[in-house]
Design a protein around this ligand. Structure first.
Ligand code: GDP
Length: 191
């Protein structure tokens, strides 16, 4: 488990991607789904990843370096209705080639809201993930907003729908954090 995680850089254009060859684990999800909160938890810091003041603002790949061993990459949040057409284009021009050509991506953590599972733009991402060859972890966020039994039900339904395991996670209580960290370690072959 690596907890020495520091912010490296925001990447707005592909030519600025780091060329060290370190493996990458991406965190993907809609705006406001809880990506920053998850990264803060993995880093065991309160505020390494800025928790968004308003959704839809980040259009960059935010790179965090983990112990010189891998990069945790916070992908730009998708699906925020008020984002302009120009911003959407910018988003696609960065995300599509990044996801489709970046060899360093070893795993993707896909966040979905535990209260209702996939919605809207999540389906495009789920479709893309379905055809992708790397390791995927589905994380159902904000589980503290549900009772334990309601959370388990959403998890079971989602797993049935998608045919893969999911982890219930709460950045508030830490529920699911250990499973997420173990998954990262396994994906990267770390102890
Ligand atoms: P991002 O836009 O995906 O990076 O999402 P953030 O991490 O900034 O979180 C968006 C909002 O959801 C913030 O107000 C967080 O405090 C809240 N949030 C994130 N994770 C949780 C969680 O596990 N439980 C609850 N109750 N709120 C959360």
């Amino acid at each position: 488990m690596i907890t020495d995680i520091t912010f490296l850089q925001s990447v707005y254009v592909l030519k600025d991607l780091p060329d060290t060859g370190l493996p990458e684990v991406c965190v993907s999800g809609r705006s406001n789904i809880g990506k920053s909160s998850l990264i803060n938890r993995i880093a065991r810091r309160r505020n390494i990843a800025r928790i968004s003041q308003y959704p839809g603002k980040t259009q960059s790949l935010n790179y965090y370096e983990a112990g010189g061993v891998y990069y945790l990459v916070d992908l730009p949040g998708y699906g925020y209705a008020k984002v302009s057409k120009a911003k959407r284009k910018e988003f696609a021009e960065l995300m599509n080639p990044y996801l489709n050509t970046r060899k360093e991506i070893m795993g993707i953590i896909q966040l979905l809201d535990s209260r209702h599972g996939p919605v809207g733009g999540d389906y495009d991402m789920l479709k893309w993930l379905n055809d992708w060859n790397g390791e995927i972890l589905y994380v159902l966020t904000k589980a503290d907003k549900l009772s334990r039994s309601a959370g388990m039900k959403v998890k079971r339904n989602f797993e049935k729908e998608i045919g893969k395991n999911a982890v219930l996670f709460s950045a508030r209580t830490g529920l699911g954090l250990d499973s997420i960290i173990s998954w990262i370690d396994r994906t990267l072959g770390l102890k």
